[in-house]
Design a protein. Structure first.
Lengths: 269, 771
C-alpha cells in the first residue's frame, strides 16, 4: 500500500512538472529575402475583373500590406488583351481588398483559355493561364435530425466520369462574411463517375440558414490550396515536412484561376 | 545480372590460401558455459585463451568453440555479474569437450560488475563497428520516467543518433530509422516503438543482450542499409521458478521463468503495462460535466514476451520465442469516438542441431506482423483506416569450423511479405456516403550467403563473404550481389588496426514523411516503379588497450554512399492513395564521420565516452531544387559520457551526459498575405526555401541515478532514483512562428519565433524485485 500511496503522491508532482511552461520566445536570424510578386486573380463569367498584386516579405518585417503600385496586370482572352488598372479598393459586399481592376467583364465560356501577365519596374514578371470550367450542379441539399434536434447536412452532385475533376466545398452559416463552417478540397480519384455526397457533423439546428457552395476547380488550384494548407501546418508541427507553395503562375507566387461554382441557400426546417 | 569478378576471385583466393604453420595443428575445444547452481546457459560469455589472443563468445545455448594448438593452455571465462573463471586444459592431438561453470559475483550488486565481452576479446574480434549491450548495463543507467530502454541506451554509443528528445528511433551513421534491421530472436520487428516513438518495444526483463552492427555487416544479415539490431531474449532459468519485476512511475512489469522439465526445458514469460489511463480516467470521471473541461484521451500500451527452450537430445534443441505488443489511444464523447491501436506480433521457432562440435545448423521459422488501425466515428459517419505488413520466413544457418584457421558460415533465407496499404472504409449509417480505398501487394525476398572467418596468422585475420539477394513483387524481380569483408591486423598485443567494407540492399521501404517514427508509417515493396535502395560503406579504425587492459580507446572513420534513397514530393498524400508510387522521389545520400570511443569496464568506476563528428546529406531532384541538403539528424558533434560508480555494496551512482549539435530544421524565411475567395478570411502563409537550412540550439542534458539495494527477506530488491534532465535544460524540440495580435482589436502587431521544449527535469523512482 505504501508504494501505491507513493505513486499517487508522485503523479500530481509529475503533472505539475509537465505543466511547466515549455515555450519561450527565441531570436531567429533569417537570411535576406528577395521579394517575389504574389498574385491572386479569380475570373468569374459576367463579373468585373479584379486582381490583388502584393509581394512576399521577410517573415519578421513590418506587418503592413506590401502593395506594389508599379505592378501592371494584363489579361488576354481570344487574342484581346485588357489591362487592369492599379486602383486599390475594398469591395463593400465581399469585404475583399483588390489592387487592380477593370469593370468590363470578359465574355467567358467553358473551355476558353485566359492568360495573365503581371510585371513591375523591377523586371519581375509573372505569367499564368486558366481554362474556364463548367459548373457542376448541386443535385440535392438535404439534412437529417437526430433525437437531440441537431441536423447534419448532405450535399450531393454527379461527377463526370470522362474527366479528372477537382472540387472545393464550402458551407457558411447565415452569411458569406462570417467565415466558413466547412471548407475542403477533394478529387474524384476514389469516386470517379459516381454520385458524390459531402456531409457534415450534427452541427445545425432548426431555423439555421446555410449557404452551400460547390466549386468545380482546376487541378492547379487544387494543388495550390493543398500546398497553402501544408505550408501553414508545417509551421508549428514538428512531424510535418515543410511544403513549398505550388503556384499556378510562373515567375512568382500565386493563383490565377476561374471560379465555376453552384451556390444554394437553404433554411433548416 | 553480372557477378562482380574481383570480389568473387578474392573470395575464392582467400579461401584457398594456406595459413601459417601455427594454425595447421589446431584442435577443437568446445562445450557449454553454464551458471553454477541454476545450470542456466550463459549467452554471450567470453571464453578465451589470453596468451594466444584466441577467444569465442558463447551462443544462445551457452555453447562455445575454440581452435587451439597442441599444448597446455588456460581457458578464461568472463561475463557481467559473474566471477571470472579459469580452467587449465591440455590439448594432446585430439578434440576436447570442456563444460565451464561460472559463479555469480559475491556482491549483492553484481549486475554492475561489467566484465562481459572483455576489452581484449573486443580488440581481437575480426568484426568492427559492433556495439554490445547487456540488460544489466542498461538497467543501471538513468532513464526517463525510470523506464529502462535498451534502444535508448544504444543511442549513447558513438555513431548512433536519436530521432529527438525522448525518441527511441535509431539513426545509425546517417541512415534513417527505416534502415535498421531489428531482429528479436531472428524474427524481424517492423515498428520497434511504443507511445509514438518514446519507448522501445523491448522489455528489459525479457532481453538477454543486444548487438548493434553499424558497419562491416556479416554476410548472414541483409535487407536494410544502415544497421542490424540483434536482440536476444533470455532463455529462462533451468533450476527453479523465479519471479522478478518492477513498479515504476508509468509502468509495471513482471517476469516469471524457470524449468518446465528439469534439465530439459525451461521458459520465461514477461509482461509490462503502462497505467496512464488509470489516472486519466479518474480525472475524467471527477471532472465530468464541468464546463470547459475536455476529457483527457485514453492511452496505454502493453507487451508480452515469452520463450521456451526444449532439449531434444544431446545434439538438438528447440527454441520458441514470441512477442506481442499493442498501443491503444482513444477518445470518446457523445458524438465522437476515436480509437487508434497499433502493434507487432513476432514469433520464431528455431531448431538447433549439432552434427559434431565443429559443425552445427540453426533452422528458424519466423512470423512477424505490424498493423495499425484507426477507427473514427463522428455522428453517423464512420471512418476506418488500416495498414499492415505480414511476414512468413524460413532460414537456415550453418556454421562449420575447418582446419587451417577457417570457420565457414553459410545459409539461405526466404521470406514471403504481404502488404496492405492504406485500407480505407468510409461509410455513413444510411450508406449514402460510402467509399473504399487501399492496395494489397505480395512479395518474396530470398538470399543465400557464405562467409569465412579466416585466422591467417597470429596477427592477421579476415572475415569475408558474399550474399546473393533477390526480391520479387508485381512481376518484377531484382537480384544483387552484396560483398562483405572486414579484417584485423594486430600491430602489437594491445593495438589492432581494423577495416571493413559492406554493400547492403533494402527491398522494402517505409512510407513516412515526418522524419520521426510514427505508428502510421507503412512499409512498401520494391516494384517496377520503386527500385531497391543500396548502400556501400567503408570503415577503418584502430583500437588500443592501455592501463593493463582496463581501458580501450577506439577510433573509427567511415564513409557511406546511399543510392536510390526515397523521399516524397511536397504535399504527398501518403494515407489514402491508390497511386502511392507517384508520390515517391528518388535520390542519393552520403554520410561520413569519425567516431572516438573510450571505455572502461572494470573497477569501481566504469563507463564510456563516445564522440562522433559526422556529416549526413541527401539529394533529390524534386526537393530543394535539386540541391544537396542535410538531414534533420545531421549533427556535427555528438558526445556521450556515461559513468557508473560503485559507492558501496548497497549504493551505486550513475550518470549520463549528452551533448549534440542542434538538429537541422526548416523554417519559413518569408510570408505573404493570402486573401482567398469570397467567404474566406485573409491569412498569412509561410514561405519555405532551402530544406533543413536552420539549426536548432544545441541539445545537452545530464541524467543522474542512484541504485539502492534493499535488505529483503524474500530475495533481492532495490530502489532506483532517477533525475532526467537534472539541470532542467529547455532543449529545443521545434520552433514555430506566430502572429502577435492586439487582444482588443485583433490587429496584427508583428511576428515572433517561439521554441517548444518537451521535457523539464523529471524525477522518478522505480522499485525492482527478484525472488
Amino acid at each position: 500500500m505504501k508504494i501505491k500511496h507513493t505513486l499517487y503522491t508522485l503523479i500530481p508532482l509529475l503533472l505539475l512538472l509537465l505543466a511547466c511552461d515549455m515555450e519561450q520566445e527565441v531570436e531567429i536570424n533569417l537570411p535576406p529575402h528577395q521579394s517575389q510578386l504574389v498574385v491572386e486573380c479569380y475570373l468569374e463569367p459576367g463579373k468585373p475583373l479584379r486582381a490583388v498584386v502584393l509581394e512576399s516579405v521577410s517573415y519578421f518585417s513590418n506587418p503592413q500590406l506590401p502593395i506594389v503600385p508599379d505592378a501592371e496586370v494584363f489579361l488576354t482572352h481570344k487574342g484581346r488583351t485588357v489591362k487592369l488598372a492599379f486602383s486599390p479598393f475594398q469591395d463593400r459586399v465581399s469585404g475583399k481588398y483588390f489592387t487592380h481592376r477593370n469593370n468590363k467583364p470578359l465574355d467567358l465560356k467553358a473551355g476558353d483559355v485566359v492568360t495573365i501577365e503581371v510585371k513591375d519596374k523591377k523586371d519581375r514578371r509573372v505569367t499564368g493561364s486558366t481554362t474556364i470550367l463548367k459548373r457542376v450542379p448541386i443535385e440535392a441539399v438535404e439534412w437529417k435530425f437526430n433525437e437531440k434536434g441537431k441536423a447534419y447536412l448532405l450535399t450531393s452532385f454527379q461527377d463526370d466520369p470522362d474527366a479528372e475533376n477537382y472540387y472545393r466545398y464550402m458551407t457558411h452559416r447565415d452569411s458569406l462574411s462570417r467565415g466558413t463552417s466547412r471548407d475542403f478540397v477533394s478529387s474524384d480519384q476514389l469516386t470517379n463517375g459516381k454520385r458524390i455526397s459531402y456531409g457534415s457533423a450534427y452541427d445545425f439546428e432548426k431555423g439555421d440558414t446555410l449557404i452551400v457552395s460547390l466549386y468545380h476547380i482546376e487541378k492547379d488550384y487544387y494543388n495550390f490550396l493543398n500546398s497553402i494548407s501544408d505550408a501553414k501546418n508545417a509551421n508549428g508541427n514538428p512531424f510535418a515536412q515543410p511544403s513549398r507553395i505550388v503556384s499556378s503562375v510562373q515567375g512568382g507566387i500565386g493563383i490565377f484561376t476561374n471560379l465555376a461554382y453552384e451556390r444554394k441557400t437553404v433554411i433548416i426546417q | 545480372m553480372r557477378l562482380p569478378f574481383l570480389p568473387v576471385c578474392l573470395f575464392l583466393l582467400l579461401f584457398l590460401l594456406s595459413p601459417d604453420a601455427r594454425a595447421q595443428g589446431s584442435f577443437t575445444v568446445s562445450g557449454y558455459v553454464r551458471v553454477s547452481g541454476s545450470n542456466e546457459a550463459l549467452i554471450g560469455a567470453t571464453v578465451s585463451v589470453p596468451e594466444l589472443r584466441i577467444g569465442a563468445t558463447s551462443d544462445e545455448r551457452g555453447f562455445y568453440t575454440l581452435q587451439l594448438p597442441d599444448g597446455s593452455h588456460t581457458l578464461q571465462v568472463t561475463y557481467i555479474g559473474y566471477e571470472p573463471t579459469t580452467r587449465p586444459i591440455l590439448v594432446d592431438g585430439q578434440n576436447h569437450t570442456v563444460n565451464l561453470l561460472v559463479a555469480p559475483a559475491s556482491s549483492k550488486l553484481r549486475e554492475v560488475i561489467v566484465e562481459a565481452n572483455s576489452l581484449r576479446q573486443k580488440l581481437n574480434n575480426n568484426l568492427m563497428s559492433v556495439e554490445t549491450l547487456t540488460t544489466q548495463e542498461a538497467k543501471l543507467l538513468p532513464a526517463i520516467f525510470g523506464e529502462v530502454d535498451l534502444i535508448k541506451t544504444l543511442q549513447l554509443k558513438p555513431g548512433v543518433q536519436s530521432g529527438g528528445e525522448g525518441s527511441s528511433g535509431l539513426y545509425v551513421r546517417g541512415g534513417g530509422p527505416d534502415q535498421n534491421l531489428v531482429l528479436l530472436d531472428d524474427a524481424v520487428v517492423y515498428n520497434a516503438s511504443h507511445l509514438f516513438g518514446f519507448f522501445s518495444v523491448f522489455n528489459p526483463d525479457a532481453v538477454e543482450s543486444v548487438e548493434l552492427y553499424k558497419g562491416g555487416f556479416p554476410a548472414q544479415f541483409g535487407g536494410r542499409l544502415s544497421s542490424v539490431v540483434d536482440v536476444k531474449l533470455n532463455n529462462g532459468n533451468n533450476e527453479r521458478i523465479r519471479a522478478s519485476g518492477g513498479l515504476g512511475l508509468i509502468a509495471s512489469r513482471l517476469t516469471v521463468d524457470g524449468p518446465l522439465i528439469k534439465d530439459k526445458a525451461s521458459f520465461i514469460v514477461s509482461g509490462r503495462r503502462t497505467y496512464f489511463d488509470i489516472f486519466t480516467r479518474q480525472i475524467n470521471r471527477i471532472q465530468e460535466g464541468k464546463e470547459d473541461f475536455s476529457p483527457i484521451p485514453d492511452y496505454y500500451f502493453y507487451d508480452l514476451n515469452g520463450k521456451v527452450n526444449y532439449k531434444l537430445g544431446e545434439k538438438d534443441e528447440l527454441f520458441l520465442s514470441g512477442y506481442f505488443g499493442r498501443d491503444f489511444f482513444g477518445f470518446n464523447d457523445e458524438d465522437f469516438q476515436f480509437r487508434f491501436d497499433w502493434g507487432n506480433k513476432v514469433g520464431a521457432l528455431r531448431w538447433q542441431h549439432r552434427f559434431n562440435p565443429r559443425f552445427q545448423v540453426n533452422t528458424t521459422f519466423t512470423g512477424s506482423s505490424y498493423q495499425y488501425n484507426i477507427n473514427n466515428k463522428i455522428d453517423v459517419f464512420s471512418f476506418n483506416l488500416s495498414s499492415d505488413i505480414r511476414d512468413l520466413g524460413l532460414k537456415t544457418d550453418f556454421n562449420l569450423v575447418l582446419d587451417k584457421g577457417h570457420t565457414l558460415a553459410f545459409g539461405a533465407m526466404a521470406t514471403r511479405h504481404a502488404f496492405t496499404i492504406g485500407r480505407l472504409n468510409f461509410d455513413s449509417d444510411d450508406n449514402r456516403l460510402a467509399f473504399k480505398a487501399g492496395s494489397d501487394y505480395d512479395a518474396t525476398e530470398a538470399a543465400v550467403y557464405v562467409s569465412d572467418d579466416f585466422q591467417i596468422n597470429s596477427r592477421f585475420s579476415l572475415n569475408y563473404g558474399l550474399r546473393l539477394s533477390a526480391f520479387g513483387s508485381g512481376g518484377k524481380t531484382y537480384t544483387a550481389l552484396e560483398p562483405r569483408a572486414s579484417g584485423k591486423y594486430n600491430l602489437t598485443v594491445n593495438t589492432a588496426l581494423k577495416g571493413s567494407y559492406a554493400s547492403m540492399m533494402q527491398y522494402i521501404h517505409l512510407v513516412a514523411n515526418s522524419g520521426a517514427s510514427l505508428p502510421t508509417d507503412i512499409w512498401y515493396p520494391s516494384n517496377d516503379y520503386v527500385k531497391p535502395q543500396r548502400s556501400q560503406q567503408v570503415a577503418a579504425g584502430i583500437s588500443h588497450l592501455f592501463a593493463d587492459g582496463r581501458y580501450m580507446v577506439t577510433n573509427e572513420l567511415y564513409y557511406k554512399w546511399m543510392h536510390r534513397q526515397i523521399d516524397f514530393r511536397d504535399g504527398a498524400n501518403l494515407f489514402v492513395n491508390d497511386k502511392l508510387e507517384e508520390e515517391f522521389l528518388f535520390g542519393k545520400g552520403e554520410s561520413y564521420g569519425n567516431e572516438v570511443y573510450l571505455e572502461k569496464i572494470k573497477g569501481r568506476t566504469t563507463g564510456w565516452i563516445g564522440y562522433t563528428l559526422s556529416w549526413t546529406y541527401r539529394q533529390f531532384d524534386g526537393i530543394n531544387e535539386g540541391r544537396r541538403f542535410p538531414t534533420r539528424y545531421d549533427r556535427r558533434h555528438d558526445l556521450s559520457v556515461v559513468l557508473l560508480h560503485k559507492l558501496s555494496k548497497r549504493i551505486h551512482l550513475t550518470g549520463a551526459f549528452v551533448y549534440s549539435s542542434g538538429n537541422a530544421y526548416s523554417l519559413p524565411v518569408a510570408r505573404f498575405a493570402f486573401q482567398d475567395v469570397e467567404g474566406k478570411n485573409a491569412t498569412v502563409v509561410p514561405v519555405y526555401n532551402d530544406r533543413n537550412s536552420f539549426r536548432l540550439d544545441a541539445f545537452h542534458r545530464l541524467d543522474l541515478g542512484l541504485v539502492l539495494k534493499l535488505n529483503s527477506k524474500f530475495g533481492e530488491s532495490d530502489l532506483m532514483f532517477n533525475a532526467y534532465n537534472t539541470y532542467n535544460r529547455r532543449n529545443p524540440y521545434f520552433v514555430y512562428f506566430e502572429q502577435v495580435k492586439d487582444k482588443e482589436s485583433d490587429e496584427t502587431l508583428g511576428f515572433r519565433a517561439k521554441q517548444v521544449s518537451l521535457f523539464p527535469v523529471i524525477p522518478s523512482v522505480t522499485y525492482n524485485f527478484k525472488f
